[in-house]
Design a protein around this ligand. Structure first.
Ligand SMILES: Nc1ncnc2c1ncn2[C@@H]1O[C@H](COP(=O)(O)OP(=O)(O)OP(=O)(O)O)[C@@H](O)[C@H]1O
Ligand SMILES: [Mg+2]
Length: 501
C-alpha cells in the first residue's frame, strides 16, 4: 500500500449556529484520488478550506508526511505543497499562459528590472510539454474553452510544486470531451505520485477516477471506503442521505396542452452568438434545450429574459408580440429565469435566505393595498421551501453567502418557484445539487407544469433532459439543429445533433 502523506484527525469547525465539521478523520495516500462526497452542506468544502488555509480549525490535528503541521493561511498550505483548483477559474484572461503561470513571480534579467520573457515562455513551455499538453505558452487565455483554462489552472498549481491537489467540483461546467481530458490529466498526475482530493456530486465519476471514497453527512464522517468496486451507487446514496432512496422518479403525466401556446420565439438573432433561433412552448409543457457547453443556450435564454440585447427576431407571450428590454419587462410578462451562474446573477448574497426567496414575489404576501407584508405567511412559505428542497441553513434569516454552494443554488431555485411566473426558464437547474435534492427539484418542476406553467430547461445532463422534457430542442454553435419529441428522443440522437455530425 502506498504511504500516507496526509492525515487529518478529529477536525472540528463551528460557524454560528452550525457545526460544519464534527471530529472528522480523513487521510490521503501518495498517488491516489480520494473522492469526497456528501449532500449539500455536508462539510466537504469546509474540510478542504481548512486544509488550504482559508478557514482556521477549531480543533483537531493535521499531519503531513507524518509531521504535525499548522495551517493558518493559504500561503502555509502552498509551502506545504497543497494546491487548490477552485470552481471559479482564477486566470487573468488578457494575459498569456506563460504570464499566468508566472503571475506574481515574474523573473528579472540579472541586475535589471526588465522581465526575462525568454525565461517565462521557455520554462512555461517546457512545463507544458513535460505534461504532454498541447498548449502554447504565448497564447492568451481569453478565448480558450473552460476545459483548457482549467488545465492551465492545474499546471499553475503544479508549477508551485504541489504534491496534493484539491479539486472542488471541477467538472460541473465542462463538456463531456473536456471531462475526458481532465480525467486523463488526473491519471497522468497519479502516475507522477501526486495525490488528489476530488469533490463531486456526479457519482459515476467515482468509478472512473477514484481509488477511495469518503462520505460526509451533516459534518460527520460516515465512512471511508477502500474498495470502491465493492460498492454500488445505491449503497453510496443511502450512506449520503441516510435513508432509502428511490431514484428514477419518472415524470408521471403529460400536462402539456398543445392548443395553448405560451411562448414563441421567431428568428431570434444576436450577431456572432446565435442565429435565427425559433422555438415554441405550450401551457403545461417542459421544453428541454440540449447542446454542448458553449452552444449558445445560455445566451439565447438571457436574450429572451432581457439580460442581453438581440439584433433581430420576435418574441410572443400568449400570442401577443412583446418587447423585452430588461429582466423587469420579462417579469412583468410572467417570465422568470433561474440563471446558470446563480451566485452572481441569481442571488443577493448579503441578504437572508427569506429575503432572497421572496425577492421576486413579495407582492403575494402584501395586503390588498400593497402596504403591509404578511410576515407570518411569508415565513411559512419560505420554511416550506426550506423543508421541501432540504435547504441546509440554521434559520430563514441566515445570510445566503454563508450557505454551502449547493444550498445557495437551492435558494435561487426556490426564489422562482415561489413567484407565480407562468413561464420559467431554468439554466442547468440541478448543477451542484446533491442527488436527494435533485429529485425534489424535479417534483417541484412537475407540480409547476401540472398547475399550468411552462418550463424551459437547459441541461447538459442528457438523462435529465430525457427524463423531464416533453419536447427537446438541440443547439449547435448558435443554431437549432433539431427538435425531438419525448417519444423520439434518445441520447444518441441528441448527441448527434449536438455535435451536428
Ligand atoms: N462562512 C460560513 N459561515 C457560516 N456557515 C458556513 C460558512 N461556510 C460554510 N458554512 C456552513 O457549513 C456547512 C457546511 O458547508 P460546506 O460548504 O462545507 O458544504 P459542502 O459539503 O461543500 O456542500 P455543497 O455540496 O453544497 O458545496 C453548511 O451548513 C454551511 O451553511
Ligand atoms: Mg461545497
Amino acid at each position: 500500500m502506498a504511504e500516507t502523506i496526509l492525515e487529518m484527525k478529529k477536525i472540528k469547525k463551528h460557524f454560528p449556529g452550525v457545526l460544519a465539521l464534527n471530529e472528522v478523520d480523513f487521510d490521503l495516500r501518495k498517488g491516489e484520488v480520494h473522492v469526497l462526497i456528501g449532500e449539500n452542506g455536508a462539510g466537504k468544502s469546509t474540510l478542504i478550506k481548512i486544509l488550504s488555509g482559508v478557514y482556521k480549525v477549531d480543533g483537531g490535528e493535521i499531519f503531513i508526511d507524518g509531521k504535525k503541521r499548522t495551517i493558518t493561511c493559504p500561503n502555509d498550505a502552498k509551502t506545504l505543497g497543497i494546491g487548490v483548483i477552485y470552481q471559479e477559474l482564477s486566470l487573468l484572461p488578457l494575459l498569456t499562459v506563460g504570464e499566468n503561470l508566472f503571475l506574481g513571480q515574474l523573473p528579472h534579467k540579472p541586475h535589471t528590472f526588465a522581465v526575462d520573457w525568454k525565461r517565462v515562455y521557455g520554462e512555461s513551455q517546457q512545463f507544458l510539454d513535460k505534461l504532454g499538453l498541447p498548449i502554447n505558452s504565448r497564447e492568451t487565455v481569453k478565448g480558450m474553452g473552460i476545459g483548457r483554462q482549467q488545465m492551465i489552472e492545474v499546471v499553475k498549481v503544479l508549477a508551485s510544486n504541489a504534491r496534493i491537489i484539491i479539486m472542488d467540483e471541477p467538472t460541473s461546467s465542462l463538456s463531456d470531451r473536456e471531462i475526458e481530458r481532465l480525467f486523463s490529466m488526473i491519471q497522468m498526475l497519479k502516475g507522477k505520485g501526486i495525490s488528489i482530493i476530488y469533490i463531486s456530486h456526479r457519482l459515476n465519476e467515482l468509478w472512473k477516477i477514484g481509488d477511495r471514497v469518503t462520505v460526509l453527512k451533516d459534518g460527520c464522517l460516515v465512512k471511508t471506503i477502500d474498495d470502491i468496486d465493492g460498492i454500488t451507487s445505491d449503497e453510496l446514496v443511502s450512506l449520503m442521505v441516510g435513508r432509502k432512496f428511490e431514484d428514477s422518479f419518472a415524470r408521471a403525466d403529460n400536462y402539456c396542452d398543445r392548443n395553448i401556446e405560451t411562448l414563441r420565439v421567431e428568428n431570434l438573432t444576436r450577431d456572432r452568438v446565435f442565429e435565427n433561433i425559433s422555438l415554441v412552448a405550450h401551457k403545461g409543457e417542459i421544453v428541454g434545450i440540449a447542446g454542448l457547453v458553449g452552444a449558445g443556450r445560455t445566451e439565447v435564454v438571457s436574450a429572451i429574459f432581457g439580460v442581453d440585447r438581440c439584433d433581430g427576431g420576435k418574441v410572443f407571450v400568449n400570442g401577443e408580440q412583446i418587447a423585452i428590454k430588461s429582466p423587469k419587462d420579462a417579469i412583468k410578462y410572467g417570465i422568470g429565469l433561474v440563471p446558470e451562474d446563480r451566485k452572481e446573477k441569481g442571488l443577493v448574497l448579503r441578504m437572508s435566505v427569506k429575503d432572497n426567496v421572496t425577492l421576486a414575489s413579495l407582492e403575494q404576501f402584501m395586503d390588498k393595498l400593497g402596504l403591509v407584508v404578511n410576515f407570518v405567511q411569508e415565513r411559512k412559505k419560505v420554511q416550506s421551501f426550506i423543508d421541501d428542497l432540504r435547504i441546509k441553513t440554521p434559520g430563514i434569516n441566515q445570510v445566503v453567502v454563508n450557505l454551502s454552494g449547493g444550498n445557495q443554488q437551492k435558494v435561487a431555485i426556490a426564489k422562482w418557484l415561489c413567484s407565480h411566473v407562468h413561464i420559467l426558464i431554468m439554466d442547468e437547474p440541478t448543477r451542484g445539487i446533491d442527488v436527494g435534492a435533485k429529485e425534489e427539484v424535479y417534483q417541484l418542476m412537475n407540480e409547476l407544469v401540472k398547475n399550468g406553467a411552462t418550463i424551459i430547461m437547459i441541461s447538459s445532463e442528457l438523462p435529465e433532459i430525457l427524463r423531464m422534457s416533453d419536447r427537446i430542442y438541440v443547439l449547435h454553435e448558435g443554431k437549432v439543429t433539431g427538435e425531438l419529441s419525448r417519444a423520439e428522443a434518445t441520447e444518441e440522437k441528441i448527441m448527434h445533433l449536438a455535435w451536428n455530425s
